[in-house]
Ligand binder design. Structure first.
Ligand code: HPA
Length: 271
């Protein structure tokens, strides 16, 4: 695995340069990468060993853009556990960009809102997560070149990066909430009982991504930040059945606010 990761990282550096920062663009949010017309675009399929998304609507390419005098890897699309990948494959992309040089990685996602303070359309900076899946990307032999066998997870989401997220949101006058994200594997949405369980356990959001990447990056000592876009009220909180269409429609409606915050955040992180 370490050789496969190093090969992918070397290919990214060879063809696109060394990223200082990387951002993973979640469901419905990938279009942001297209704003950088001068970026070097590498399709995931062209990077050796890189898993490529198997779901419609999730593009798969890395756009290396220049912001300030730094390179930023914009990852449009990600692979999810529910597509049938092993957790180690789910985190392959973020591990590669971290090995390529990114020391800060921002993870973004679409999520269901569980707490009454998170409404559809809201942006939420993650403070912590609940891994309710029983799966872990570090399962198996430890890759000592990446990190310790038993990595500390007491601050997965860097408080310094979180401050930058809040400052960036303030720069562009977009409200930014805070919350705890509970990872479910999907692809079925949660039941109302599962959402109620997550809420009682302390979750504000439920979703199907982000947590494995955050764990793997923290293992590597990377500074992680995460922003959820609440696309719907979670099952049972919502009076209506959930649909992927609702998720993508809310993401589209919120795209402008998301873009402004991410623009401001990347400017700050590359300053
Ligand atoms: N649950 C899980 N994942 C999601 C949701 C949800 O309600 N909305 C967007 N992604």
């Amino acid at each position: 695995m370490i050789d496969r990761l190093r090969t992918a990282a070397a290919d990214i550096v060879d063809r696109a340069g060394v990223p200082a920062v990387a951002i993973v663009l979640g469901s419905g949010l990938s279009a942001y990468a297209a704003e950088f017309a001068d970026a070097t675009e590498l399709s995931y399929a062209s990077i050796p060993g890189f898993p490529t998304p198997r779901v419609e609507g999730h593009a798969g390419s890395l756009h290396m853009a220049t912001i300030g005098d730094k390179r930023v890897a914009l990852m449009a699309g990600r692979v999810h556990f529910y597509e049938g990948w092993d957790p180690a494959d789910v985190v392959f992309g973020v591990r590669s960009v971290a090995l390529a040089g990114a020391s800060t990685v921002i993870l973004t996602n679409a999520a269901g809102g569980v707490g009454s303070h998170v409404q559809p359309g809201n942006l939420v900076a993650l403070t912590d997560h609940l891994n309710l899946t029983g799966r872990n990307p570090l399962h198996g032999q430890n890759i000592a070149e990446l990190g310790a066998r038993f990595p500390d997870m007491s601050a997965v989401y860097s408080p310094a990066v979180r401050s930058q997220i809040h400052a960036a949101a303030a720069d562009v006058a977009v409200p930014m909430a805070e919350g705890v994200y509970a990872w479910f594997t999907g692809p079925s949405y949660e039941t109302p009982a599962e959402v109620e369980m997550a809420r009682r356990l302390g979750a504000d959001l439920v979703g199907m991504s982000t947590v494995p990447e955050a764990i793997a990056l923290r293992h590597m000592g990377i500074d992680v930040g995460a922003i959820s876009l609440v696309t719907n009220l979670a099952a049972g909180i919502s009076a209506t059945p959930l649909s992927h269409e609702e998720v993508t429609a809310t993401a589209a409606e919120a795209r402008d606010r998301f873009t402004r915050v991410v623009d401001a955040l990347l400017r700050r992180l590359t300053a």
